[in-house]
Design a protein around this ligand. Structure first.
Ligand SMILES: Cc1cc2nc3c(=O)[nH]c(=O)nc-3n(C[C@H](O)[C@H](O)[C@H](O)COP(=O)(O)O)c2cc1C
Length: 361
């Protein structure tokens, strides 16, 4: 072979970041890729999944594998969901609606950022199942209009992000994404602010507590998922306050840097609450074997942040659907090779050793 031959990655998923980089303005790509601080946790996320070792079972009938499941009653074709990310209209002109169309094609689940630049009604028109990700604002009643609009438009659950009392600083360089953002790309579902009202009312609550979970459950009539939980004691507090699910996440390493990876935190959280509520995880999940490891550690679903944004940027709805389909195919193969027929049937005995982070128990 000639030395000048370009070596292309074989997996579609592995081509996406580079393909996205070619079409995105540099400051947008940097914003997506970067973590908080020195991006230490962002850089470690995938490696933490890669470090897991399996002890597969043999002599089992794996003829029929079933990836279909439900997430809080929402039916999905496989346990890969799309995590909430802002600025999807910076990644693709169709933004969140294009993402939703790809998710609908794949029979998946989209979690939409409350900062969405697309009206919620347009998401439901694609046929995609979707949940609303939200922050509680400092002034609690100001939270309501966006949530009410999402409920009316067809959101099936609320995902409260709990790890963001403030948005962590990111080292983005001189020209940042905010120089490239157009006003219509964000907050399309917020009412016009009252002229003269104090803008600090709309900032994220720094005094978020379990009582806010209870308030959301009691007020809006949808199941509430709490995203950004890493400590098992916090998972317990979420469940005691009425949460229907707990989502283990370090926000893609975009909040506290040097925070534990979600792969390492997952096992403890599911040991604490996994018998009572659904547990999900995100952060660095890039392959079917990562989802297999997550299932072994107690997660009912894994969510994708950056890979979905890159697929959206590179190939729009087709890319999003292909990414989800490819990962489902990889998980199906990994299940068969490990001696399992469904993610729900995978237990901790698939892991060699106790599993990451479980030596703390
Ligand atoms: C560009 C970008 C924007 C994000 N915006 C939000 C957001 O608005 N709300 C939220 O809860 N999480 C947000 N996240 C975090 C993701 O939901 C998710 O936790 C993380 O990206 C998962 O890690 P991964 O990118 O390695 O898959 C964002 C992540 C990225 C990369």
């Amino acid at each position: 072979m000639s030395g000048s031959c370009e070596v292309r990655p074989l997996r579609y998923a592995d081509t996406l970041e580079e393909a996205a980089r070619r079409v995105l303005p540099e400051e947008v790509h940097r914003y997506v890729a970067t973590g908080a601080g020195r991006s230490i946790s962002t850089g470690e996320a995938t490696g933490a999944w890669d470090a897991i070792r399996f002890v597969p079972r043999v002599l089992r009938d794996v003829t029929r594998v079933e990836l279909r499941t439900t997430l809080l009653g929402t039916e999905v074709r496989s346990p890969f969901g799309i995590a909430p990310t802002t600025l999807q209209r910076a990644a693709h002109p169709g933004g969140e609606a294009e993402m939703a169309a790809g998710v609908a094609d794949a029979g998946g689940l989209l979690v939409v950022s409350s900062n969405s630049g697309t009206p919620f009604e347009a998401l439901s028109e694609t046929g995609a199942a979707w949940w609303l990700q939200m922050y509680v604002t400092a002034d609690r009643p100001s939270t309501a209009p966006v949530v009410e609009r999402a409920v009316a438009a067809g959101a099936r659950a609320l995902v409260l992000t709990a790890d963001t009392p403030v948005v962590a600083a990111k080292e983005l360089g001189e020209r940042t994404v905010w120089d490239a953002v157009e006003p219509g790309w964000l907050r399309a579902n917020f009412p016009e602010p009252d002229p003269g009202s104090d803008p600090s009312r709309l900032e994220k609550a720094r005094d978020l507590g379990p009582q806010d979970i209870t308030w959301l459950v009691d007020t809006f009539g949808l199941p509430v998922v709490v995203k950004g939980v890493l400590h098992p004691a916090d998972a317990r507090r979420c469940v005691d306050a009425g949460a229907a699910a707990v989502w283990v996440s370090n926000h893609g390493g975009r909040q506290l840097d040097q925070v534990v990876s979600s792969a390492e935190a997952l096992g403890e959280v599911s040991a604490e609450v996994g018998d009572e509520v659904e547990v999900y995880v995100d952060g660095g999940v890039r392959r079917g074997v990562h989802a297999l490891a997550a299932a072994a550690l107690g997660a009912r679903a894994v969510f994708l942040g950056r890979p979905a944004l890159y697929a959206l940027a590179a190939d729009g709805r087709t890319g999003v659907a292909r990414l989800l389909g490819d990962l489902a195919g990889e998980l199906e193969e990994a299940l068969r090779l490990s001696g399992h027929v469904a993610p729900e049937g995978v237990g901790r005995d698939l892991l060699h050793g106790r599993g990451p982070g479980l030596d703390r128990l």
